[in-house]
Design a protein around this ligand. Structure first.
Ligand code: SF4
Ligand code: SF4
Length: 582
């Protein structure tokens, strides 16, 4: 009897075919099941006797699907090569449990595989396939939504970000009235500094420490008012569209400011996403250099731009290599060189560098609370590693690792705290009296906001006149030409007559509802290419749109909606539409 396949399972299978790069296929076919990688995984070490944590077992969940549908052996002799398919939504949930809940994509098994199998790469692909049909841990959905809609992973609003930078400037000037503080949107800066939103929300001292270092070095630097988040949840969720949009936003802001170098604060996945993967995801040539702030600080010390006194950091420290920095980007020696310049006592942790174990919070694991017990159990390996150093401080160049390590230190009751290189450099910094007063940030020209929607025609369909006026004003202020419709029939007529580049659509409207309008657009060969952003005050009706058998809308936002959110979403949709046309 033929087994019926669910709509989502079929989508996952179809989309897999589009994601099979040569690198992924190479890894999917190369495994000889020798088991060499088994002991390299922290999950295996913490769960002896449970085969479901073995890298090859986890990989087989994806490999068997590939064999069944995209490899001739599995199509001709499925039983021979153990090819299996996915049929039900329960099958998808089972796959989710493995690819999100049993692997941090740390790539330690990769470097221990004689055949060069890179499980993390196709595990990420599998995550992306599941995300594309809405199967993912709740935390992944929330963080992705914040990064799509608000522009950063933690949903920090622009006014809160600017307020924080301004507050830090005020604090710096309380200590030193001549401090330049934090220059925002300075044009023609030599350094544009991008950060992790965690710094704004939970750890602003890392921002003021970095500012102190830039100012002491006499750097011509700035922080952007927008597009400042260098993290990228697309790396964790496997969503290349999100990855491209986030990276492009940052690159375009640096270009708008005519910055010469983008410096990325200490964050493993942010560094990898922004410097290594981002240009490919964004399909963009980047015409400025990019570097980790670790290299920037090291260069300042070695060139004499700043002076440090290592006797200010006397406690025994060890160093934890972030998986993304060390294994994926080769950033292993510079942090140690810097550490030894600013600390008196350093104790290496073993194994280290590319062989180091994951902090267990990687791969987005900190956002997936349903797997916390598993994560903390597997963290025993890291806890033992930390304990053996005898250090009181573990230093890491990654905000994600700061959270992962802090959590496991608490769980395993270790007498230790976590810090980053920027904090140690700032603590060791020798402030020299300045002969020439520096220019305060307010005296420096800032960039005019660009007409970012110039050339686009956007149809706003909503039955609330005040809302239409508000949205139209925001779009027009940013250069778009706006067409307005106040009921469903009017919306269809204007879409036909004007062929807009994008349409915002309310769900409840007189005449035809937004759902009927959406269905009409998708059924019409001439209109189905118009990207649609649903903006609704009725989130309970959302499923009525998403559960249809037509492609889902390109965007979705709940009311009330801010100016920033409108612009973020509209830009995102237009960017994706452009990418698809290329
Ligand atoms: S992934 Fe590599 S090391 Fe692991 S079982 Fe397969 S071939 Fe062996
Ligand atoms: S990538 Fe890391 S967590 Fe995933 S299976 Fe390999 S070693 Fe384990």
């Amino acid at each position: 009897m033929t087994q019926v396949r669910s709509y989502k399972a079929q989508k996952v299978i179809d989309r897999m075919g589009k994601k099979l790069s040569r690198q992924i296929v190479g890894s999917l076919v190369a495994c000889v099941h020798c088991g060499n990688c088994t002991d390299s995984c922290h999950y295996v070490l913490a769960n002896p006797g449970d085969p479901t944590y073995a890298p090859a077992f986890k990989a087989d969940k994806i490999r068997t699907l590939f064999k069944r549908h995209y490899d001739w052996t599995g199509q001709v002799l499925p039983w021979w090569v153990h090819a299996r398919s996915l049929y039900t939504d329960e099958d998808l949930e089972d796959l989710k449990d493995t690819v999100f809940g049993k692997c941090t994509n740390c790539r330690r098994c990769t470097i221990n595989c004689p055949m060069g199998v890179d499980l993390a790469t196709f595990n990420r692909m599998a995550r992306g396939l599941l995300v594309s049909v809405g199967v993912m841990p709740e935390g992944v959905a929330v963080v992705s939504k914040d990064q799509w809609e608000i522009g950063n992973q933690m949903g920090v609003l622009k006014e809160d970000y600017i307020d924080t930078l301004q507050w830090l400037t005020d604090e710096m000037r309380l200590e030193n009235p001549d401090s330049p503080g934090i220059p925002i949107d300075r044009v023609d800066a030599d350094v544009v500094y991008s950060i992790n939103p965690r710094e704004v929300k939970y750890d602003p001292r890392t921002i003021s420490d970095a500012a102190m270092i830039f100012n002491e070095a006499g750097e011509n630097w700035t922080m952007p008012s927008e597009g400042w988040d260098m993290t990228n949840f697309g790396l964790f969720s496997g969503d290349d569209d999100l990855g491209g949009s986030v990276a492009r936003r940052l690159y375009e802001k640096v270009e708008e400011l005519r910055g010469r170098k983008l410096v990325i604060s200490e964050c493993g996945h942010g560094y990898r996403s922004t410097r290594c993967e981002g240009p490919n995801w964004a399909k963009k040539d980047v015409n400025f250099t990019m570097e980790s702030s670790v290299l920037t600080m090291l260069e300042y010390i070695k060139s004499g731009k700043i002076k440090v006194d290592k006797s200010r950091n006397t406690e025994l420290v060890t160093f934890h290599d972030s998986c993304n920095n060390a294994r994926s980007c080769g950033l292993t020696e510079e942090p140690r060189e810097l550490l030894k310049l600013v600390c008196e006592n350093f104790q290496e942790m073993y194994p280290n560098r590319a062989e180091n174990y994951c902090c267990t919070g990687g791969g987005g694991a900190m956002s997936m609370s349903e797997y916390t017990p598993r994560r903390l159990k597997s963290a025993k390996i890291k806890a033992d590693q930390l304990k053996a150093t005898g250090a009181k401080i573990v230093v890491t160049s990654c905000h994600n690792c700061v959270d992962g390590l802090t959590d496991l230190i608490k769980h395993y009751k270790l007498d230790m705290k976590v810090t980053q290189l920027v904090n140690l450099v700032a603590n060791a910094l020798v402030i020299e009296p300045k002969a020439v007063p520096t220019i305060p940030a307010e005296a420096i020209p800032v960039a005019e906001p660009a007409a970012i929607l110039a050339g686009y025609r956007i149809l706003v369909a909503d039955d609330e006149p005040d809302f239409v006026t508000f949205v139209s004003a925001v779009l027009e202020d940013n250069g778009a030409a706006v067409i307005q419709a106040f009921d469903g029939n009017d919306a269809i007529a204007k879409a036909k007559a004007e062929r807009p580049d994008l349409m915002t659509l309310d769900i409840t409207m007189p005449g035809k509802s937004g759902i009927e309008v959406f269905e009409y657009l998708r059924a019409d060969a001439d209109l189905r290419g118009i990207p649609v952003c649903i903006i609704t005050g009725k989130p309970e009706l959302r499923e009525l749109i998403y559960e249809r058998s037509v492609p889902p809308p390109e965007g979705y936002v709940d009311k009330p909606i801010s100016e920033e959110s409108i612009l973020r979403n509209v830009r995102k949709i237009l960017e994706l539409a452009q990418t698809k046309k290329k």
